[in-house]
Design a protein around this ligand. Structure first.
Ligand SMILES: *Cc1c(COP(=O)(O)O)cnc(C)c1O
Length: 424
């Protein structure tokens, strides 16, 4: 039987530190940051890249598009190649561009082709609202009523989705499927490979929102045959608030015309011909729209270097060891405090964060914050806690559980109101 002590946590940190880049991050030592699933922390190399790209603007002005260490004109493609290992793609299948919601609009505009009886989009009831709004508006653009044409698969337990239920909903009326890779609340990892296989067996295109899996889990998008995917880079990828996102289009779809066209979709050698007949890139770059947001892309240069140095597979393994420890500790220390660990426990379907449910979650999250632990509240009753393998420690996890234990045993949460904040 392991003794759950601070010393034990420190020993774990000594024995299991491969992959940790904590020294490179800005860490406030008076706090424990457990919210990397919502907004990753700033690293010094990422900060440096922002300064470098500002410098390239200062130095080169217009010539920065083609000069310096990171010529802006080719940056999205370069970072697409650097992102490929995170999503299991070929280098040309990925482009860094836009944002989650914009990229979803672009991909649905490109891949949703309602024909005859196949006029519906399949989604789920647990996805992030922005994705659902985008799907509703894309249906309206095509003259279809979302109330009949957006099919949302139900969750039996309100937390997870069953592969069988999703497959059962893949009828011959469905033209396109859009699902999250990891559910943003419970952290369930969907079986993307099985779902893709089932969709394709029924003649349906399928795409995934990787916001909660990129930088946290291992993907094989190319080998699984996934049609497309999209994501943000400000969660586990640590590229900063509103940083440029990314998308994947499988090479079998190279040549598909972008639904939302713009001049940055051009074949790079033809872009400055300025013809009114577009010549689109043959690669995923065809799904870019306008001028890339260079300063919001800069931090990603450093983040991807860090991921590629450590390797996503070893980060995922470290993450699983950390969440295992976290759950053991909660089981042991908070057994009588009415928390339920509502994320899937098995390693295959568990993402990078834990999802704790408690009827007093709102007040407990406020009490945690007052104690210097930064959680992520999902009202009405959920608290997400992410031990990020790049910068969190076993000691962080230990302290978090100790604070939770004190908050419960001393009823410290009772001092706080149960009204939610606007941004939580
Ligand atoms: C974070 C997140 C978003 C956010 O979309 P933005 O366009 O980046 O604001 C969308 N979908 C999911 C599933 C998310 O987790």
């Amino acid at each position: 039987m392991t003794a759950f002590t601070l010393q034990d946590a420190k020993n774990r940190d000594r024995q299991d530190s491969v992959g940790s880049k904590r020294d490179l991050f800005y860490i406030d030592d008076s706090k424990v940051y457990m919210d990397g699933n919502s907004l990753g922390l700033l690293s010094r190399p990422a900060e440096q890249k922002v300064l470098e790209l500002l410098e390239s603007w200062k130095t080169y002005a217009i010539d920065g598009w083609t000069s310096g260490d990171h010529p802006w004109f080719y940056l999205s493609e370069k970072l697409g190649r650097d992102t490929a290992p995170l999503v299991g793609a070929k280098p040309e299948e990925v482009i860094v561009t836009g944002s989650t919601t914009v990229n979803l609009h672009q991909l649905v505009a490109s891949f949703f082709q309602p024909k005859n009886n196949r006029t519906k989009i399949l989604a789920d009831q647990l996805n992030f609202p922005s994705d659902i709004y985008a799907l509703q508006s894309q249906l309206k653009i095509k003259g279809l009523d979302p109330s009949g044409h957006l099919v949302q698969v139900n969750s039996k337990d309100g937390l997870t989705l069953a592969t069988e239920d999703l497959i059962q909903a893949m009828t011959d009326e469905i033209a396109l499927i859009v699902l999250p890779s990891v559910l943003y609340r419970s952290g369930q990892v969907l079986d993307m490979e099985a779902l893709t296989k089932a969709a394709h067996a029924r003649g349906i295109f399928i795409g995934f929102d990787l916001c909660h899996s990129i930088g946290a889990t291992v993907h094989q998008l190319h080998d699984w045959g996934v049609d497309f995917a999209f994501w943000c880079n400000y969660k586990y990828v640590n590229a900063g608030p509103g940083s440029t996102g990314g998308l994947f289009v499988h090479e079998k779809h190279f040549g598909t015309k972008p639904g939302l066209a713009g001049w940055f979709a051009s074949d790079k050698s033809k872009q400055f011909d300025m013809n009114h007949e577009p010549v689109f890139s043959e690669y995923a770059g065809a799904f870019q729209i306008g001028t890339p947001h260079i300063l919001s892309t800069a931090p990603l240069i450093a983040s991807l270097e860090m991921f590629n140095e450590v390797g996503i597979a070893s980060l995922r393994e470290r993450s699983l060891r950390m969440t295992d420890y976290f759950m053991d500790l909660i089981d042991h220390e908070l057994a009588n405090d009415h928390f339920s660990i509502s994320n899937p426990r098995d390693a295959k379907s568990r993402g990078g964060h834990l999802y704790l449910e408690h009827e007093e979650a709102v007040r407990i999250a406020k009490a945690l914050k007052a104690e210097g632990i930064i959680p992520d509240l999902r009202p009405p009753n959920g608290i997400r806690l992410a031990p990020v393998p790049l910068y969190n420690t076993y000691e962080d996890i230990f302290i978090t559980v100790q604070r939770l234990k004190e908050i419960m045993s001393e009823c410290k949460y009772e001092r706080f109101s149960s009204t939610r904040e606007v941004v939580s």
